[in-house]
Structures are given as C-alpha cells and as structure tokens.
Write a protein that binds this ligand. Sequence first.
Ligand code: BV8
Length: 232
Amino acid sequence: MDGVRNIVILTGAGISAESGLKTFRAEDGLWEDHRVEDVATPQAFRRDPELVQRFYDERRQSILAAEPNPAHDTLARLDGEWDGELLIVTQNIDDLHERAGAKRVLHMHGEALSAWCTACDARHRCTGTLLDRPPCPACGASALRPDIVWFGEMPYEMDRIFAALSRADLFVSIGTSGAVYPAAGFVQQAKTAGARSLELNLERSQGSAWFDETRLGPASDLVPAWVEEMLR
Ligand code: BV8
C-alpha cells in the first residue's frame, strides 16, 4: 500500500479465537457464562470480589495455556520489519502479541498477567491466582486486583492512542465487533485525521460502514496475506 508510513492496528478477541481463547459475544462467548455487570465492573468487585477474582484467575490460566497463532506471528513480523511508525492497540488482556515477538503493543484494557495493588498502586507480574488474596510483594497488603480496565473505568494510555491515530496513514481493525467504546470510535478518529481504513474480521463489525475496505474471513488467513502485501 504505497504512501503508508504510520500504521495503527486495533485488535480484539477475534485475533485470539484461533488460539483457543473465548471471544465475548459468540454463542459460547464469555458473556454467555457471566453477565458483564457481575464480573467486569468496579461495582461487581466491591459486591463479590471472589466471583470476580475466580473469573480472572480462570482466564489467566487459559491464557497461559494458549499459544500465538499465525495472525499474531505475522503482526510481530510486520512490527519487526516496518520502519515507519506502527502501534498495535489491543483490547485483549492476553499476552499473545508479545509472545509472538511484537514490541510496539499497547494494552488499552489492561493485562491478565498483571496484578494491581489498590493499597500502594504498584503493579506486579502475576501468573498465579488472586482468589487466595496473596500479599502485595511491595507493601504486603492483601489488596491486589486484576490489572484490568473494567466498564466505567478509563482505558489506559488514551493520550498515546489519540496521538498515534492523529498521525496514522492507515488504520487496521482485526477481530473486533466494534461494540465497546472508546475503541469502537477509533476508526472515525483515524478517518478524520485522513487515514485509510481496513477491517479484517470473520463478519462485518458494528462500525463496518466506516471502513474503506472490509475483508471477511479468519484472522489466521487474512492477517498473513495483508502483512505479505505490506512488506512486498
Ligand atoms: C469508559 C477488559 C468512561 C475486561 C473490557 C459510548 C456509547 C455507548 C457506551 C459507552 C460509550 N462510551 C463509554 C461507554 C460505556 C462502555 C461501553 O462501551 N459499553 C458498551 C457495551 C456499549 N465503555 C466503557 O465503560 C469504557 N470506559 O467509557 O470510561 C470514563 C470516562 C472518564 C473517566 C472515567 C471513565 C471501558 C470499556 C473497557 C471494558 N473492558 N475488557 C475483560 O476483558 O474482561 S471490554 C472487552 O469487551 C474487550 O476488551 C473488548 O473491548 C470488548 C469485547 O469486544 P471484542 O474484543 O470485539 O470481542 P467480541 O466477542 O465482541 O467480538 C469478536 C469479533 O471477532 C467478532 O466481530 C467476530 O466476528 C470476530 N471473530 C471471531 N473469531 C474470529 C474473528 N475475526 C477473525 N478471525 C476469527 N477467527
């Protein structure tokens, strides 16, 4: 794609589906077994911290057992070989982008493998469980919560995301339904900044009409083909 130097790539649960991680809105999705307001809001955590901790402890173990797929692998290759600006903004709390070797990754909704101490504000790598209220390695308080952005909470590094969107020549959305804001509004911001936009998804997303081009299919096919084009 000529004339493209700065790329912003937004990924959602669909890019990790072929790695065996549940998406949210599919018939067997995460939101089938749990109501959002019961497990992914600060109110839910105050009301029933054990239910919330158990929900994220289970997801953390499934993430540790998962492997990156060709979509993650080829995005990591693009990240390594693209000498223009590139930022992978993921809504996913898994670490499959990084495990595939990608470096320019930003987790706007937090990370499952990180615990946040609400007493001393420190963050720690976490591969175990938080249900048994382990002490914070820094201050010793039993005040660790998943380092996750819940509904009603401000996503992380929004300034860095808006800055990248304002400089983007190309905005690419992969494996997301476009149902959750502010992520679902990024395509409009990118277009306002003059960027071209491409959607790679199994089905049309809620914001599909905003994209210049939509390619439908599994990420493990669409992403390697697109990366091949970009590096040709
Ligand atoms: C905030 C972490 C304010 C937790 C998540 C404007 C309008 C309306 C509502 C709002 C608005 N602004 C804000 C809101 C409220 C809310 C919101 O958007 N609600 C929605 C439901 C209407 N937003 C918020 O609360 C946000 N915070 O606004 O704060 C604020 C302001 C100032 C100060 C303080 C606060 C925070 C939202 C973040 C919540 N946390 N995740 C966790 O993971 O448990 S959101 C979570 O759900 C994910 O991170 C992701 O963002 C979303 C799920 O969406 P997807 O990833 O797209 O997954 P989904 O299953 O839906 O779709 C998968 C897609 O993949 C499908 O299209 C499918 O076809 C495709 N697919 C499947 N398989 C494949 C595939 N594609 C390719 N290949 C395959 N193999």
